[in-house]
Design a protein around this ligand. Structure first.
Ligand SMILES: [Zn+2]
Ligand SMILES: [Zn+2]
Length: 246
């Protein structure tokens, strides 16, 4: 797995968030019978992973709700999650196919080429891609925290009986951020969806100049604009011609 580009510079997962736990128990509060051997180490990724996309009864892609106490969408922790991209050099599949430069702003916002060419399926707006990205962040962060807890127990800084509670706290903290990130992703995606298609459609509808629209179609085709946009402008041309003939 390549090193994350921004969320965890050393892949420790620690750079996501501040430490969610209180200071370890003092030695005097430890149980004399505490030993690390009895710990049950939680698996990473967890079984029954909640960070997945499913289909609702209407066939729409939806995220499972992972927290009832999400962080605000403008939280710095949420921002780090939506601005993280696991790829060392993020490039969406469309830009790769077109052999052009891509750029990643944050999850839910298409890259500039996809946005202006009206390509509706930029990877950065794909919920499956985002869920995978979140899982990558979660696994790095929770693995680091889990290993720190295990070390704390082994070095007698944390009572084994508190391990489970502390590990739960780590998870609650992460999923509160993840839920905020999912909301921000959905808001971003909704705000930017079909901007080019709607924009060019509005411009075409405002024009009655067939020659101008045909020139646009020629350039747009040459520029590999998405067929959806081309079709909208072509439909406008047909409508104008039909009105001239009637
Ligand atoms: Zn791209
Ligand atoms: Zn793209």
């Amino acid at each position: 797995m390549p090193a994350p580009s921004s969320c965890a510079s050393n892949d420790s997962g620690r750079s996501f968030f501040d430490h969610p736990r209180p200071a370890p128990s003092t030695p005097s509060s430890r149980s004399a019978r505490s030993t690390p051997e009895g710990l049950v180490i939680p698996p990473i990724p967890p079984t029954n992973d909640p960070l997945v996309v499913t289909l609702d009864t209407h066939g729409h892609r939806v995220f499972l709700r992972v927290s009832d106490a999400p962080l605000q969408v403008d939280s710095s922790h949420v921002r780090r999650l939506v601005q993280f991209n696991a790829a060392p050099v993020p490039k969406c599949a469309n830009c790769a196919e077109l052999a052009i430069d891509c750029s990643f702003v944050e999850a839910g916002i298409p890259c500039p080429p996809c946005a202006i060419l009206g390509i509706p399926d930029c990877d950065w707006t794909n919920p499956y891609w985002f869920a995978q990205n979140l899982r990558h962040c979660r696994d790095a962060y929770i693995r680091h925290e889990r290993d720190s807890l295990v070390t704390a127990v082994r070095e007698d800084h944390l009572a084994p009986s508190l391990f489970e509670r502390e590990f739960e706290r780590v998870q609650v903290w992460f999923y509160a951020s993840a839920q905020g990130a999912i909301t921000r992703f959905l808001l971003n995606a909704r705000a930017t969806r079909d901007l080019a298609v709607r924009g060019y459609g509005a411009l075409a509808n405002a024009s009655t100049d067939v020659a101008h629209l045909l020139r646009f179609l020629a350039i747009a085709t040459e520029s590999r604009m998405h067929p959806l946009t081309l079709q909208i402008v072509a439909n406008r041309v047909q409508t104008i011609i039909a009105s001239m003939m009637s």
